[in-house]
Design a protein around this ligand. Structure first.
Ligand code: NDP
Length: 248
């Protein structure tokens, strides 16, 4: 019988209560990791996910923490380390999206997107680094919108994901000498509450892909799981699209 590749590894996933983050939690746990995840508002979803993962015999811990808040992000890392006994894998997934033309973009929503998408990635990473030994993994969930904007209204969201992209490059340089890899997974349109398959923009987004369809959360989680695992040790500073050909 083969041993699950993430056996003994301890992971923190931000924004794990729903969507892509929840599927990453399921997948990492299925591969043998003990997983803590954060959420902001969806307590019922978080509790249900803990129950689901725990029923498989794996360990899952839900932590309420607003990614935009530096203190809460640091406390979430501390709690994950305390409950899991350490940390080897960090997945910065929590994000928010809002589409509007630049001139009409509400200032409070702009600040919120910057604080969650950029700030959350930064604060969680900053707090986690001291716990990570050689062989650890940081995986940021960016977006193909860092590289390609298929229509108007995506400038601000795309800007935040461009920041995640360049942060990933810089961090890979800083942490490479310590044996820690850093990669940026960039999904294309994936069916979640953020971007529903039947939503307002779905048909036009499907046309931009070469496969003519939305992605499934499991298709992103599969790549994250590989990057978290033992066979990805020479991949760092990479920007890996899971986008059905959106950026071709
Ligand atoms: P969803 O909106 O479906 O889920 C977002 C998750 O993040 C939820 O678990 C939510 O928890 C959590 N979250 C949101 N704000 C915060 C916060 N302030 N603090 C902590 N957790 C928070 O999004 P997706 O699953 O679609 O997106 C996941 C990632 O993938 C994001 O980084 C997104 O930008 C990226 N992405 C998604 C694409 C898509 O088409 N779906 C395309 C490209 C990139 P709660 O409900 O508790 O707030």
């Amino acid at each position: 019988m083969s041993i699950a590749p993430l056996t003994g590894r301890r992971a923190l996933v931000t924004g794990g209560s729903r969507g892509i983050g929840a599927e990453i939690v399921r997948r990492l746990a299925a591969e043998g990791a003990a997983v803590a995840f954060t959420y902001a508002a969806s307590k019922t979803d978080a509790d249900n996910l803990v129950a689901e993962v725990t029923a498989t015999g794996a360990k899952a811990v839900a932590i309420q923490a607003d990614a935009a808040d530096p203190t809460q992000s640091a406390a979430a890392v501390d709690q994950a380390v305390a409950e899991l006994g350490g940390l080897d894998i960090v997945v910065n997934n929590a994000a928010a999206a809002h589409l509007a033309p630049v001139e009409e973009f509400p200032a409070d929503i702009f600040n919120r997107l910057v604080a969650i998408n950029i700030g959350g990635t930064y604060w969680t990473t900053r707090s986690a680094i001291k716990h990570l030994a050689a062989g650890s993994r940081i995986i940021n969930i960016g977006s193909v919108n860092a590289d390609r904007i298929p229509g108007p209204g995506v400038s601000v969201y795309g800007m935040t994901k461009g920041a995640v992209s360049s942060f990933s490059r810089g961090l890979a340089r800083e942490l490479g000498p310590r044996g820690i890899t850093v990669n940026n997974v960039q999904p294309g349109p994936v069916n979640t509450e953020m971007n529903p398959d039947e939503g307002e923009f779905a048909d036009s987004l499907k046309l931009v892909t070469t496969l003519g369809r939305y992605g499934h959360t499991r298709e992103v989680a599969a790549l994250v799981s590989f990057l978290a695992g033992p066979e990805s040790g020479y991949i760092t500073g990479a920007h890996l699209n899971v986008d059905g050909g959106f950026t071709v």
